[in-house]
Design a protein around this ligand. Structure first.
Ligand code: SF4
Length: 329
């Protein structure tokens, strides 16, 4: 298993399938986009499936989440999902997406074995969406969400980042909309993972701000902490239930003590943490015909060295070189 020196065991694998994206969210990348990873450096579909197979059959991974950039841009996505769903033991499969194109692909992904989706949506207002993402695709995301629910990719979770002066007034409206549409809403604190390195701690909307705003319209009751387990989202029961709302507060309420995540990048690097500044290269081992056991050994070694946490509270904190768009959620 993938254990670290703090006794945490990674059972949740996040796989970034591409660093490319069809949105330009202001808190993630510049308008012109980024220098994308070179094609030869990207793992092939076969290489991804082999690494996930080793993780599931030899290293105790129980959950696989496909991310990006935008994973729906990966041409072989459905095939990858199908082959991973056929593994024994069968891992739980989810996808984090911006929802563009989901209306077209939800049924096929469900049939391939995908269990559920997280869709990013930061606003109910098309004009604010355009300001935040620099694209006019708000309606596509709403269609994608409805298609995911209709296809049975449930619970459909919605990830929202609030930005001061842009959409930070929308928290109660977003929750009312999510309750009405039976989506599970989670607010995510903005993290220092943007390509522009423009993040400011005093310029972000905190969990405290979000909860205070929600409480102007809803009664929120903390969920029993035992129910949280290693999940990143802290959850509250909305107006006595059944709906929940979550807050992922990596900055102000870190949850690293129970972290069970390990990450694989689209170019074959292992990241022990979202904020890791070092990576372990498995692509070179793959392409030099290393046996499964050797790849598993390197993966274990990498996780054994996982740091206690993000280091965000450390005055010496260094933002990772690799931006969020090339790490994935
Ligand atoms: S910051 Fe790193 S250690 Fe903490 S929960 Fe996230 S991935 Fe895990």
């Amino acid at each position: 298993m993938l254990i670290d020196t703090y006794g945490r065991v990674a059972t949740d694998l996040r796989v970034s399938l591409t660093d490319r994206c069809n949105l330009r969210c202001t808190y993630c990348m510049p308008e012109e986009g980024l220098q994308w990873l070179a094609k030869p450096d990207l793992l092939s579909d076969d290489e991804i499936v082999r690494l996930v197979r080793i993780a599931v059959t030899d290293l105790g991974i129980e959950e696989v989440r496909f991310t990006g950039g935008e994973p729906l841009l990966r041409p072989g996505l459905t095939g990858i999902v199908e082959r991973v769903a056929a593994l024994t033991p069968r891992p739980r499969l989810s996808l984090t997406t911006n929802g563009i194109g989901l209306a077209r692909t939800a049924d096929a992904l469900r049939a391939a074995g995908l269990d559920r989706v997280n869709v990013s949506l930061d606003t109910l207002r098309p004009d604010v969406f355009q300001t935040l993402t620099r694209r006019k695709r708000h309606a596509d995301v709403l269609r994608g969400l409805a298609a995911a629910r209709a296809a049975g990719l449930t619970p459909v979770k919605v990830n929202t980042v609030l930005m001061p002066g842009l959409n930070d007034d929308e928290a109660p409206d977003l929750l009312a909309w999510a309750v009405e549409n039976d989506y599970e809403l989670r607010f995510i604190e903005q993290m220092p993972l943007d390509a522009q390195h423009g993040w400011q701690r005093d310029g972000m909307v905190t969990a405290g701000d979000i909860l205070a705003s929600l409480r102007t319209r809803f009664t929120l009751t903390p969920e029993d902490s035992a129910e949280r387990g290693s999940a990143p989202a802290e959850r509250w029961i909305v107006d006595g239930g059944p709906h929940r709302v979550g807050v992922i507060a990596s900055v102000t309420r870190p949850f690293c003590r129970a972290c069970d995540r390990t990450r694989l990048t689209a170019d074959g690097q292992i990241r022990t943490c979202l904020f890791a500044t070092e990576e372990t290269d498995l692509r070179a081992a793959l392409r030099s015909d290393a046996p499964d056991a050797e790849i598993a050994r390197r993966w274990k070694l990498a996780m054994w060295g996982k740091k206690a946490g993000s280091g965000l509270d450390d005055p010496a904190f260094l933002q990772p070189e690799r931006p969020m768009s090339a790490i994935g959620g």
